[in-house]
Design a binder for this molecule. Structure first.
Ligand SMILES: C[C@H](N)C(=O)N[C@@H](Cc1c[nH]cn1)C(=O)O
Length: 578
């Protein structure tokens, strides 16, 4: 009786990655239980094993030694079978020589491997979360560089063809420059007969401090009741790792990857993917030349039901700076005599959006694509519980009270958010100061058919005109620091059919087809520059708290998500090349 490992070893010896029919047969016999169990009592063995078998055109049957023209296969002791096992063996053999080279799918084995290695996966996530790779804080840039190195080392250790691509420097508002984190590219397999997918992800994170209200240390991954709390756990370190584990699992079981897999992992997504557009343009005819599809898992489900994402909003992120006196002033001594920068700033910010959520900047609402009947119907059919949404975020009232309006305003209408004001007093206690210079940070989420270049002008012109009416002696400077476009896919593309099949296999449900209110700044560039189709396949939970306190990734989503990716590669392998 042969063990799993022995069979695997036999296959390894000929290095055929189970392309060889003999290896496939041996594997399938084992899989079907035809070689791993003792004879049933009273069963008559019909053969002592397969002795020799030559396969036309095949140079290396399992464990063979080449002796002139005769290929000998060692006597595979233990492949004994009974007469009653013959028909199923024949079926197995016929299926193994069918013309499709990647027809085998050992999902159960792959999935069991994932289950039995989950502690390792959690530990790797812990190591990654421990790196404070906050791309918005230049003081943390060394951590971002370290994070990229760790990513490259991991992929390198797996035998990938890895490169750390230098994408230049970032210009800071004071005119200084700082090196951008390098971009990691990697490649596993380059079989021209297979599809090639490119997985994009990022390993930088949003800022997080314990004093922001986290209940656990943000950079110390903490498992509470199966939820793994830590900054970047869901956005986007666990999903990137889940893709890496996917390749690892195939490798560990010596199962040939059904598609070639490339990775492009960056470290500046949270601040708008600086430098990445240029890198993609530069590598269009090299790294991207053989890529068939791009897969992104940097988003989350809408509910407990798995989802496929077909749209993201873009983002235009602005700084509005108002500068007045040459230094901060005592509000008792000078209050009432100077025109305060903060008052000016709050005044102009208040003209961006009405209390009912109507954007007041001329031209913005007019550009928005109108909601089609088909879309309305799609939103209507999605299960979305307004009450649990409200209770999850802890509010008693939302901007809209019906599902379609809420989903539409979350996914496919623009919105203005005021994030904060730099320079104003924000510490605990009560400082009586007039801040001399204040900088508001606000952003406008972009949707089809808005254009960031146009929005930049609309916002700048509008704020300048509103400010002018105040007749203030202070100075206003408006800068757009991120201009990321929205992205929208065709859900009828075969990539989505493949996605549905993979979700069905792993979760036994149909996925929701959803859009994402957040932004993946590089998505549209990928599509425009490479001309390739994108699918977004989230594994994050609906309640992961991205960018917020107590961000988490559940073990369930991390582990089942890895299985989803395994299943998805199998489905993609069966797509016709574009
Ligand atoms: C959806 C993704 N996980 C994400 O959170 N992206 C960020 C990217 C961004 C946009 N502007 C600045 N950074 C987001 O949507 O906020």
């Amino acid at each position: 009786m042969h063990s799993f490992l022995e069979l695997d070893q036999l296959c390894h010896n000929c290095a055929c990655q189970r392309e060889n029919v003999i290896c496939q047969l041996a594997w399938l016999l084992f899989r079907k239980g035809l070689t791993s169990r003792p004879f049933p009592s009273g069963g008559e063995p019909v053969t002592g094993g397969i002795k020799t078998l030559s396969v036309p055109g095949d140079s290396s049957p399992v464990g063979s030694e080449d002796k002139g023209n005769i290929k000998e296969v060692p006597n595979l002791q233990g492949y004994e079978m009974t007469i009653w096992q013959l028909p199923s063996m024949l079926l197995v053999f016929i299926s193994s020589v069918s013309p499709h080279p990647h027809h085998l799918f050992e999902y159960d084995e792959l999935s069991q491997y994932v289950d039995s290695h989950q502690e390792e996966y959690v530990q790797t996530l812990r190591d990654w979360v421990a790196v404070e790779s906050d791309s918005s804080d230049v003081l943390r840039r060394p951590d971002c560089h370290r994070m990229m190195d760790m990513t490259a080392e991991k992929l390198q250790a797996m035998g990938g063809k890895v490169e750390l691509v230098d994408i230049g420097v970032q210009e800071l508002p004071d005119g200084k420059t700082v090196a951008l984190p390098k971009v990691v590219t990697a490649q596993f397999g380059n079989d021209p007969s297979k599809q090639t997918v490119c997985v994009y992800g990022h390993v930088d994170v949003q800022p997080a401090k314990l004093e922001d209200g986290w209940t656990t240390e943000p950079y110390n991954l903490t498992d509470i009741n199966g939820n793994l709390y830590g900054r970047g756990a869901s956005d986007n370190k666990a999903p990137v790792l889940a893709w890496i584990h996917t390749v690892e699992v195939y490798q560990a079981l010596s199962i040939d990857l059904p598609v070639n897999v490339k990775f492009i992992i960056e470290g500046m997504e949270e601040t708008g993917s600086n430098g990445l557009d240029a890198m993609i343009v530069a590598q269009r005819d090299t790294f991207f030349s053989d890529v068939d599809y791009i897969i992104i898992s940097d988003c989350g489900w809408l509910s407990r039901r798995p989802a496929l994402t077909y749209g993201t909003r873009g983002n235009c992120y602005f700084f509005a700076e108002v500068e007045g006196p040459k230094q901060d002033l005592h509000s008792g001594v000078y209050g009432g005599t100077v025109i305060e920068p903060m008052t000016d700033l709050i005044g102009i910010l208040d003209t961006l959006i009405s209390p009912s959520g109507k954007i007041l900047i001329p031209g913005i609402r007019e550009a928005v694509a109108s909601l089609s009947d088909e879309e309305w119907k799609m939103y209507q059919d999605i299960e979305f519980d307004i009450e649990s949404f409200k209770s999850k975020i802890g509010v008693s009232q939302l901007m809209y009270s019906n599902k379609v309006d809420l989903l539409a305003h979350r996914w496919r209408y623009p919105t203005v958010t005021i994030h904060g004001i730099e320079g104003g007093f924000s510490g605990p206690g009560s400082k009586t100061v007039i801040p001399a210079k204040v900088i508001a940070k606000f952003s406008i989420r972009q949707v089809p058919n808005m254009d960031p270049a146009v929005v930049k002008k609309q916002v700048t012109d509008y704020l300048n005109s509103v400010f002018a009416k105040r007749k203030s002696p202070n100075k206003l400077k408006v800068t757009m620091i991120i201009g990321a476009k929205p992205w929208l896919a065709d859900t009828k593309h075969p990539l989505y059919e493949a996605g549905k099949a993979a979700v069905k296999r792993v979760f036994n449900v149909e996925p929701d087809l959803i859009r994402e209110g957040g932004t993946i700044p590089i998505a549209k560039t990928f599509e425009d520059v490479t001309g390739k189709s994108i699918i977004m396949m989230p594994i994050g939970g609906f309640d992961d708290g991205l960018h917020s306190q107590n961000e988490k990734m559940s073990r369930y989503n991390y582990i089942e998500g890895t299985k989803l990716f395994i299943a998805y590669l199998h489905e993609v392998a069966h797509l016709k090349k574009d």
